[in-house]
Design a protein around this ligand. Structure first.
Ligand SMILES: [Zn+2]
Length: 540
């Protein structure tokens, strides 16, 4: 049987930063892995977002196969939010379960979503940033002692802007915190690896994602910071986070030993934040597909000024004041900055649905796909890279819970959260894009790197979808791959000698272990985590 497998997840890592840094002698541990491994671009999920992407890594399936499309649950048959997603929403078998059934021992640290804990037989699990404060975050519980000092996530520096007086202080405090979290996570993982030997260990570091959101302008390769307005001390602290991360990677690889196969990956890439927001709900209203109540400001003032307090909560709502839902055929919501989901108000699915299934439904979708697909800004720039019907993008048992149309923006355009309310109140199709102090955001091109005795000659390999990683991890553990996984083992990246002695094996789909785990234990727990994610810009 082959040696162990070490999987290191670097949230938001991208080659546009890491490749030139590795070549320039920064990130020596990564450079050493690149020298002996195969590496390349890893296409993220749509949207290119942490929760769906790591869920695909965990299950071998696109979001239509596991049901997680964003940080929030899809409200495909109702008008109000369906709440915050968590590990119970991943409705597919995890590679950890498949490996455990084959008798392998697996340890998993901080791969989102992993709260509430869904125990791994014969293994251990440390949960992720969705863990409410005070809740147990390891299974078995005593793993918490092995971890020692350990931080799950840090409160983000919401609304950080360079023109603020306390900018440097807040920026440096956050960067020092991310550096400490990275060091502690590396050390904790080493301790658990020493005390609990496994056939595979997987750990995810959040640092690249977090610091790139706030400090992309310092490292943007397309727009090198030379205007003298950037803070050198902040830049040095920022680069220090990557030094710490690289050192952690180096120590983990060393501890795993020369017989281990190493899989490094990110859930999505990164790029500059959008320059303009596009208001899809405004466009839908202009097309007559989304209707606003007439005299909505009057309605609002009547509800707020003349209604008795006891009635107000009931009538001071989006639908009572602004959106004429019974007459609206479609509306849009942000899945994340670069991706919108457009819902068609289908009869039989929504309580007030007004679009007949079949021909009318398809007519509405075609108008949206064609209309948004052809949309340009006043300067003639194309706004959307792709506008697709959900079944053309996703496959699997949970496609029906996806938005009816998915629109992916060109990088210069973005979608704002809370868009229905904001966009129906303005006549303009385009606006500025200012949110949360971000200077960087996700892009679809993540990274993979395979190194170790089973891996083929070094160099740049083909691009793969993120769903190709899980069957490859299973195969490196000599576990047959379930036939219902979306992608095949990355055999081109493996040595022919290894494949000769370890031919790829498959097995029938492993039963859907979905969620004996309940959802959130309390609404307070959910609210607390929602607040954290809101501050990160991941949740409306
Ligand atoms: Zn991420």
């Amino acid at each position: 049987m082959p040696g162990s497998v070490l999987v290191i997840g670097l949230d938001g890592a991208c080659w546009r930063l890491f490749a030139p840094w590795a070549r320039a002698g920064r990130l020596p541990a990564l450079a050493a892995l690149m020298e002996r491994g195969t590496w390349g671009a890893l296409a993220s999920t749509v949207p290119a977002l942490t929760l769906p992407a790591w869920s695909s890594f965990m299950t071998g399936k696109n979001p239509g196969g596991h049901g997680v499309y964003a940080f929030h649950r899809m409200a495909f048959d109702r008008y109000e939010s369906a709440g915050l997603a968590n590990a119970a929403d991943v409705r597919a078998v995890r590679i950890w379960d498949v490996a455990a059934q084959a008798g392998r021992r697996v340890g998993v640290i901080n791969v989102p979503p992993s709260y509430p804990l869904r125990p791994i037989p014969n293994g251990y699990l440390v949960s992720c940033m969705l863990t409410p404060p005070g809740e147990r975050f390891t299974d078995p519980p005593e793993v918490a002692e092995d971890l020692g000092q350990y931080e799950i996530d840090l409160p983000p520096p919401k609304g950080l802007r360079r023109d603020q007086r306390d900018y440097r202080e807040r920026a440096l405090a956050y960067l020092a915190g991310m550096r400490r979290q990275t060091r502690l996570r590396g050390e904790a993982t080493l301790r658990v690896m020493a005390r609990r030997p496994t056939d595979a260990t997987c750990v995810v570091f959040y640092a690249p994602d977090r610091v790139q959101h706030y400090f992309w302008e310092y490292i943007d390769p397309e727009r090198p910071a030379s205007d003298g307005t950037l803070d050198e001390e902040v830049r040095t602290a920022l680069l220090g986070v990557y030094d710490e991360l690289d050192a952690a990677v180096g120590r983990l690889v060393e501890r795993a030993g020369p017989d281990a196969n190493v899989v490094l990956l990110s859930d999505h890439g990164f790029g500059a934040k959008p320059q303009r927001s596009v208001r899809i709900n405004r466009w839908l209203a202009d097309q007559g597909l989304l209707k606003r109540h007439p005299f909505w400001t009057l309605r609002r003032s009547i509800v707020r000024k003349t209604f008795p307090e006891a009635w107000r909560a009931r009538y001071d709502t989006l639908d009572h004041i602004l959106v004429n839902r019974p007459r609206s055929r479609a509306w849009s919501e942000a899945l994340f900055t670069g991706t919108a989901g457009i819902w068609v108000h289908e009869r039989g699915r929504y309580p007030l649905g007004c679009v007949s299934p079949g021909e009318e439904y398809e007519r509405v979708r075609t108008r949206i796909v064609d209309g948004l697909g052809a949309l340009t800004d006043p300067a003639g720039n194309r706004v959307f890279r792709s506008v697709q019907r959900r079944e053309d993008l996703y496959r699997g048992p949970y496609v029906a819970s996806a938005p009816d149309v998915i629109a992916g923006c060109e990088p210069r355009f973005g979608i704002m959260f809370e868009s229905l309310r904001r966009e129906l109140r303005t006549p303009d199709l385009f606006g500025s894009y200012e949110e949360l102090g971000y200077t960087g955001t996700h892009d679809p091109s993540g990274i993979y790197l395979l190194a170790g005795p089973a891996v083929a000659a070094p160099g740049e390999g083909a691009e793969y979808p993120i769903e190709a990683i899980p069957p490859t991890v299973l195969h490196l553990m000599d576990v047959p791959v379930p036939e219902d996984f979306d992608a095949a083992v990355m055999t081109e990246a493996l040595r022919p000698e290894f494949l000769a002695t370890h031919p790829v094996r498959s097995q029938p789909p492993v039963g859907d272990a979905a969620a004996e785990a309940a959802g959130w234990r309390s609404s307070e727990d959910e609210a607390h985590v929602a607040e954290h994610l809101r501050a990160l810009g991941y949740f409306e």
